[in-house]
Design a protein around this ligand. Structure first.
Ligand code: UDP
Length: 238
């Protein structure tokens, strides 16, 4: 096979140039936390995350969300449309946890009446700082009109994913998504949706089913990612 051009090589994914305007994303077994201060190889994590993200993005595509996902092409690889990435992380929170709990001195597990949307600048050297709409526009990253669309799509993604995970017996606590622009300028959901980028709590036991197992040394990371993949497969593949 011809050597593929690497467009991006991150800790948990490699992105290659594909045919025409496509890219190939390969999921790695590596898991990194705290800006790579902590990392490890988790056997089969690449397979699990590729499977999970493919099922979730396919489900979103089928439900009217424009995503970059086209198809899963191997155990660890997806074919996606290439988009111009917008360096903003949109975090959607249904339950208080993680950085928000810490920053505001709140207990994890509080359920707010409203859905919370955070914007962070994607800049690891600055520690992905929290920004607001006006910062995002002033930095030239998006227009106010695009922001309105980003919030609307993020809310719809939240409704759809909350339902999917609920059917799997999992509480969708929070998640991070990113957007890009297609050739015609339209906004497209890009990147991954996996237990690396979502907080997932088992409804029955309250057990963490996401990267917090690694961040906080709860153990059974591989088994938990496999369980998430299996529960989603039971719903998505029937
Ligand atoms: N998240 C992510 N990438 C980031 C920051 C956050 O995927 O660079 C996800 C994280 O896994 C969680 C949600 O976004 O599901 C909210 O993360 P939070 O702001 O609480 O930060 P954390 O404490 O997880 O770093």
């Amino acid at each position: 096979m011809a050597e593929q051009e690497v467009l991006y090589n991150g800790s948990s994914k490699v992105v290659y140039k594909g045919e025409g305007e496509d890219i190939i994303i390969r999921f790695k077994d590596y898991i990194a936390a705290f800006y790579n201060i902590k990392g490890a190889n988790i056997e089969n994590k690449g397979i699990m995350n590729c499977r999970i993200s493919s099922m979730v993005l396919r489900y979103l595509n089928d439900n009217g969300i424009a995503t970059h996902f086209v198809e899963q092409v191997s155990d660890t690889e997806q074919r996606c449309h290439r988009v111009k990435h917008i360096p903003i992380e949109v975090i959607v929170r249904n339950v208080i946890a993680g950085s928000m709990a810490k920053r505001l001195g709140l207990d994890e597990g509080i359920v707010p009446e409203n859905t919370i949307f955070d914007l962070c600048l994607r800049d690891s050297e600055l520690g992905d700082p929290l920004i607001n709409d006006h910062h995002a526009v002033a930095l030239g990253l998006v227009s106010y009109e695009e922001l309105a669309q980003i919030y609307a799509v993020s809310a719809k993604v939240n409704t759809l994913l909350t339902k999917l995970y609920d059917d799997a017996g999992i509480k969708l606590v929070d998640f991070k998504i990113e957007f890009g622009r297609a050739a015609d300028g339209s906004l497209v959901l890009a990147d991954e949706l996996t237990p690396d980028t979502c907080r997932l709590w088992d409804v029955a036991t309250g057990e963490r089913m996401d990267k917090d197992r690694f961040r906080r040394d709860f153990g059974r990371v591989r088994e938990t990612y496999e369980e998430v993949a299996q529960r989603l497969a039971n719903l998505c593949n029937r």
